[in-house]
Write a protein that binds this ligand. Sequence first.
Ligand code: BGC
Length: 438
Amino acid sequence: MSSTSFPNGFLWGAASASAQIEGAWNEDGRTPSIWDVATKKQVRHGETCHTACDHYHCFREDVALMKEIGLKSYRFSISWSRVMPEEGKVNEKGLQFYSDLVDALLKNGMEPMVTVFHWDMPMWVYKKGGWLSERIVPLFRDYTKVLVDALSDRVKWWMTVNEPGCFIMNGYLQGVHAPFKRNYLALSKLTRNCMLAHAEAVKTIRQYAKQKPMVGAAFSTGAYVPKTDSVEDIEAARKKSVEIGNGLMANRWWMDPMILGKPVKAYGIFSSKEKDMAEICQPLDFMGLNIYSSMNYGDWGDVEQAPAGIPRNSLGWVIDERVMYWNVRFIYERYGLPIMITENGLAAHDTMSTDGKVHDPKRTDFLCRYLKELKRAIDDGIPVLGYQHWSVMDNFEWAEGYDPRFGLIYVDYATQKRIIKDSAWEYKKIIETNGARL
Ligand code: BGC
């Protein structure tokens, strides 16, 4: 046991996203999103997110399980097409679902944290051009306003977008995520529209929120772990992490304009231009960081050139907990904003054992290792506000379907039965001791 615990009020939580858990894809007035129409060839085993964890119907049970684990916060996203099934139309039933979820969380002592956009763009928005069209900016503003009007009396924490780097790169450049496009030439335009939409959302939240909000965005980030603790190696890792090459694309491309108001140019193209800076750079209260793997073995740690036998998760991503410390540190040194870990977790092939339980020692080990490294960053004086484990429950892992299980709670998809995994019981004890148990 370490002698010191985490800061008072540290938000120990877990995270999810609407498309990955809700299901009920065509109920109560909801219209399809770009993920609902993904074809059998685009998702492994031809799976769909139409039912997923059926959280739409099971949310009360799920909140009860979260309480059982002792979570202090829960980060979830809103399905845009559930609350706005077509342009200009608000679906009261859809909003009611989120309102009930928020009430259930608060009643059970958990802080709700809303992500406005976590990848499930409505088809009707996509048909108007999606991120390729500047029309997305006012549409995103109007959507955000609907959420703020309905929820901000109870919701204080807001994240505008989840991992812009990922949904633009995967969805519009590499064609591996919905809407499965390969359009490298549009990168500047896509980035700009996305940043402008984020900025409008930030302003909207601040203008209409019924209580003082905490506003941020959740970034897919990455960092290199220094080879040794020498000053030179640390400086080399810092440079590669946040200034040049892969680090530039993973971090600076988005964060410099959105947080520092600095335009970025790379490979001959701009992520942003000087004339847009005043608009794009809206003050944020925190940065959400989604941290999984180090960049030492390639940009996202899911690569071949890592040494044989190195620890990996079931998706092949290298496990190196030191990235938690270095990523937080390099980002804080450059951007200076308080940090919320908005995602961190392990994919595994978890199964139910004959005793009816789910033993997931790798996840328990992962959790403890990464949290200890987070504590190191806190001990350095970096303001870290909380940790939202990815994920609260097993779910639809986008184009990878249901095989990779990231949850603290196991989901038997055939019956929708839930089982709290061993790692979650350990997390409960960590939370109860405010981290002193680590
Ligand atoms: C995303 C999640 C995803 C997780 C694991 C993040 O990139 O925000 O939606 O499930 O990583 O791949």
